[in-house]
Design a protein around this ligand. Sequence first.
Ligand SMILES: Cc1cc2nc3c(=O)[nH]c(=O)nc-3n(C[C@H](O)[C@H](O)[C@H](O)COP(=O)(O)OP(=O)(O)OC[C@H]3O[C@@H](n4cnc5c(N)ncnc54)[C@H](O)[C@@H]3O)c2cc1C
Length: 504
Amino acid sequence: MKRSIWQAAARRLELPALQRDADVDVAIIGGGITGLTVALKLSRAGRTVAVLEAGTIGDGTTGQSTGNLYATIGSRLSALRRKWGEETTREVVAARAGAIDFIESKVGEFGIDCEFARCAWHLYTPPEALADDALLERELDAAIDAGLSARLAPSAPLPFATGPTLVIVEQAQFDPLKYVRGLASTIASERCAVYQNTPVTRIDGEAGVVHTDRGRVSASHIVVATHTPKGSDLANLQVAPYREYALAMRLRSADYPRGIFWSAGDRHHSIRSYRFDDSEYLIVVGERHKTGQADDTVDRHARLEAWARAFFDVATVDLRWSAQGYYSPDELPYIGKSVGSDKVHIATGFAADGLTWGTLAGLIIGDEIDGTENRYAERFRPSRLDPAKSAKKLLAEGVNVAREYAVGRFGAVPAAGEAGELAAGEGRIVKIDDERVALSRDGEDRLHAVSAACTHMGCIVAWNAAEQTWDCPCHGSRFSASGAVIEGPALDALKPVRWPPTAS
Ligand SMILES: Cc1cc2nc3c(=O)[nH]c(=O)nc-3n(C[C@H](O)[C@H](O)[C@H](O)COP(=O)(O)OP(=O)(O)OC[C@H]3O[C@@H](n4cnc5c(N)ncnc54)[C@H](O)[C@@H]3O)c2cc1C
């Protein structure tokens, strides 16, 4: 896996793996910002808690994000207001602003050194595109209406000429990885066990048991804080997975932008700066595509770099990474009890706004389990269904998934013997008898052969050359070349296939 700037700046976090069976009030699967906020809330409320993290705390999407905290949302407040009305838009902004205040207060209370700082958020008209002028006006109106302190400026404080810019003050930035690792170190205690390197392999919601290869944890409540729920949760069929690419670069000049900058153009770039180890870095994020549906993943970083070089005096490109977000059809996340269960709680559909949504989810789920009323809980209930707000996107994504499923399962694929040689770093789907096999060659010239059928719902995975992974184009599960689960709804690895195949 490529390292993000936060991972490059991070110190090791020593926490144990699960050693034996345990019995707690609440088992939390996933040690990102969502899982740790729930753990903080419930352990402080006197519950016994076990956090089970597959890898290292914060190394999921939280540690690969941009570290921006804002009360607005990526899909635009004006669009939210059109869909949900003024009251809900105000509620969303108040809830998100409250979540940022919560982070700020915990940074202070626990003395977490994560460079939390208040700053302005900007939506600027980029020089390379004629943005829809009316968009900024609409956003200004929606932001003020929702209670934010916003204004229009003639340009953005960037080292290149921009058009009009919407500015919202008192937003914030931090190092998200230092924050969640700070939370983990603070709350890890006898009452709140935090386990790393402990992947959950099965969730039995009925019985209240989560299984791992290192033991099982029984609990009255299970929180699936894995960014999208594991297994066959309804929410997995409603959210759409997209990947995005990021670069950290050093500049020749000192022209590092101060604050959060989003482009209002079609290409949706996000820009910020960050300093560590006495060097300043420019972070640029963009080039989004649906997971498993781009065959030019290697070019995406190159395109992002070319864009950055056109506007900044880039000296070196130091870090490249990419990450995944899950987009809900009605623009709001799903937070709370999983549909049909009283014991399992989920949180997903955060788009690329989930440092704040994840914190809010932690607070809502914490209250839900603690039996405390939370005034935002109803708004984000996973069982909500309002076709007027979600049907269009659900239908479009459903058609897309059905097409990917059909093309993957029934499209033409070369037989194993006719597929030709694979170069290092290449991957290809081949056919052996009726089975589709995902074949790849790694940098050390080893061939890997695994079943190409995603273990979530059977779609055929696609090779991601930039990450050297197999990505599912239907619901975003991702696997290593040798089949291990990396992220997404799948719980089981891709099945190994004997290679070379024996003649049948
Ligand atoms: C490129 C990009 C930039 C972004 N920038 C921002 C930003 O600036 N601001 C913002 O608000 N949002 C941003 N986001 C979104 C935000 O990063 C995420 O929504 C948020 O971090 C999700 O947090 P989480 O805790 O729910 O999930 P994660 O941080 O992904 O945590 C889930 C954890 O679950 C673990 N896990 C998975 N499966 C298992 C298992 N079987 N057993 C045990 N553990 C398991 C994973 O290892 C992982 O650590 C960005 C997203 C992207 C893609």
